[in-house]
Design a protein around this ligand. Structure first.
Ligand SMILES: Nc1ncnc2c1ncn2[C@@H]1O[C@H](COP(=O)(O)OP(=O)(O)OP(=O)(O)O)[C@@H](O)[C@H]1O
Ligand SMILES: O=P(O)(O)OC[C@H]1O[C@H](OP(=O)(O)OP(=O)(O)O)[C@H](O)[C@@H]1O
Ligand SMILES: O=C(O)c1cccnc1
Length: 483
């Protein structure tokens, strides 16, 4: 976990292609790849981009260690010693552009663009997708839960169910950047400065002679952060009454019981009853925490039922993105260096029109209505179309039915891709996590609620510039003419 030696965190075919390029002397040719996804997860109206910090650290630390080279030598006798020497000298020397973490992103737009020797761009594909796919998926799930929970406190409880340690750690970071308030994950707390929270387990109660004794001892040990788990034996029959006893005793000492936690049964019914009992005892300040296989659907349903829950602990469903295990992001070659040294746009044709790639290195701009301050659409264009930021008007058209078009004026065009590496040097200061959270909140404010709702959200458009559209059409035609 977090080990520096991630050069072999890649698929074998990348190393094989690197070898074949090296053997034929094409390894130093420049190429442009773009990472994007085709379909939004969970039926959501947007995704929340995450993974850049991990990508940056990976790219910066990327070295083949002697043990990696020894392993490769052992694996494939065809690998020439000169190739292994080339790997020994390997450093990322290219440029990388990325959307900022916390951005709202949409299908088909480049989230990361890599311009480098094909030798390097090919190697980093696998790790880059691995980081981006998982973290963006989890951040999106967390953002959905935040939308539903509104102002309630949200705690991440997932380590024990995550797909191993790295997923727990980086997943927790993704969850926090998308709006959770805290985590039970202590390592994530230490490494990323995320606030940590913890109640206690059933084992604490079971390890005592009585529930009452267990509660009393816990309250004595940690008087400033007591949340008592009240469902070990009988929530309303013993758990809540014992918690009330402790709460009243703490109050007499000028302290305060913070909360009780419900972890089984009918959470709507039990939380309403628990609230009544606490209020009747004069403990109106004591909060109610709920946990037990929660996700955005259950939380929404519980709220509709009038559940009196102040804070939600969410683990399994979130950290594993249980309803959709991957984002499906891809990394496609969009341009290669031609014989004359200039970039040539490339296309990947597919029988499935959604899978035909968009050729050429592209930038993305978010078009914002100057009057409302809200995002209208995203716009893909080539870097030399930078005047998009100054034009008086812009034409937006449907890519499959270009006669459906509209003219847009009084807009601002905000570039989404920022330079992260330039010729191997990092040119981007990684923002701290609090800044990313703030940025994510600002991003949400940029969109009309229609795009943000959990069920059947409006479809936010990603448009192509006329130049991009024409290049794509002509490359498709060229391909059709050949076949
Ligand atoms: N009022 C409710 N409406 C909708 N879903 C609820 C309600 N109360 C609880 N749930 C959810 O229903 C599921 C109940 O799961 P399950 O039956 O496994 O739990 P349980 O029997 O109450 O507790 P245990 O964890 O001890 O098995 C959980 O996902 C829980 O969050
Ligand atoms: O349900 P999650 O969203 O994953 O939240 C974390 C769960 O982990 C703990 O119990 P655990 O699942 O270990 O045992 P239990 O189900 O028997 O309480 C805790 O009590 C929560 O229920
Ligand atoms: O602190 C808690 O209540 C907690 C932490 C992890 C998993 N379940 C519960």
């Amino acid at each position: 976990m977090l080990s520096p030696g991630l050069a072999l965190h890649t698929d074998k075919y990348q190393i094989n292609m690197m070898y074949a390029h090296w053997l034929h002397g094409t390894h130093n040719r420049k190429a442009v790849f773009e990472a994007f996804f085709r379909k939004l997860p969970f039926g959501n109206g947007y995704a929340v981009f995450a993974g850049l910090e991990r990508i940056v650290k990976y790219v910066e630390d990327l070295r083949f260690e002697e043990s990696d080279l020894a392993y490769l030598r052992e694996q494939e006798e065809n690998y020439d010693p000169g190739f292994l020497e080339e790997l020994r000298q390997f450093r990322f020397s290219g440029s990388l552009y990325s959307v900022r973490e916390g951005s709202l992103v949409f299908p088909g737009e480049p989230l990361v663009r890599v311009e480098s020797r094909i030798f390097e761009a090919q190697l980093i594909e696998t790790a880059l997708l691995n980081f981006l796919n998982y973290q963006t998926l989890i951040a999106t799930k967390a953002s959905r839960i935040r939308q539903v929970a509104k102002g309630d406190a949200l705690m991440e409880f997932g380590i024990r169910r995550a797909q191993e340690a790295d997923a727990a750690l980086w997943g927790t970071r993704a969850v926090y950047l998308a709006g959770f308030d805290s985590t039970s994950n202590m390592l994530a707390g230490k490494l990323f400065g995320i606030p940590t929270e913890g109640t206690h387990a059933h084992s604490w109660v079971q390890s005592h002679e009585s529930e009452e004794e267990a509660f009393r001892r816990y309250a004595t040990a940690l008087p400033d952060q007591v949340t008592l788990l009240v469902d070990t034996y009988d929530t309303l029959g013993s758990g809540v009454p014992h918690a009330i006893q402790i709460g009243l005793a703490m109050k007499r000492q000028g302290k305060s019981l913070r909360a009780v936690r419900l972890d089984s049964g009918d959470i709507a019914y039990l939380s309403i009853k628990t609230r009544e009992m606490l209020d009747q005892a004069g403990l109106t300040e004591v909060k109610i925490v709920a946990s037990n296989d929660l996700d955005e659907h259950t939380i929404l349903s519980l709220k509709v039922q009038g559940a009196r829950v102040d804070a939600w602990g969410v683990g399994t469903q979130l950290i594993t993105a249980a309803d959709q295990p991957t984002l499906g992001g891809v990394y496609k070659l969009v341009a290669r260096e031609g014989e004359d040294g200039a970039y040539v746009p490339t296309i990947k044709i597919s029988a499935n029109p959604e899978k035909v790639t968009i050729p050429g290195a592209k930038d993305i701009y978010r078009l914002i209505d100057k009057q409302t301050g809200k995002a209208i659409a995203d716009y893909l264009c080539y870097p030399d179309e930078r005047d998009i930021q100054e034009r008086a008007a812009i034409k937006l058209f449907h890519p499959n039915h270009p006669y459906i078009s509209k003219q847009l004026d009084k807009y601002e065009a905000e570039p989404l891709l920022v330079p992260v590496f330039a010729e191997g040097k990092r040119v981007y200061d990684l923002p701290d996590l609090e800044e990313i959270r703030r940025y994510h909140r600002e991003q949400l404010c940029l969109f009309w609620p229609e795009y943000l709702r959990m069920h059947n959200p409006e479809h936010y458009r990603v448009h192509l510039s006329e130049q991009v559209w024409k290049t794509r059409a002509s490359l498709m035609q060229r391909y059709l003419d050949k076949t």
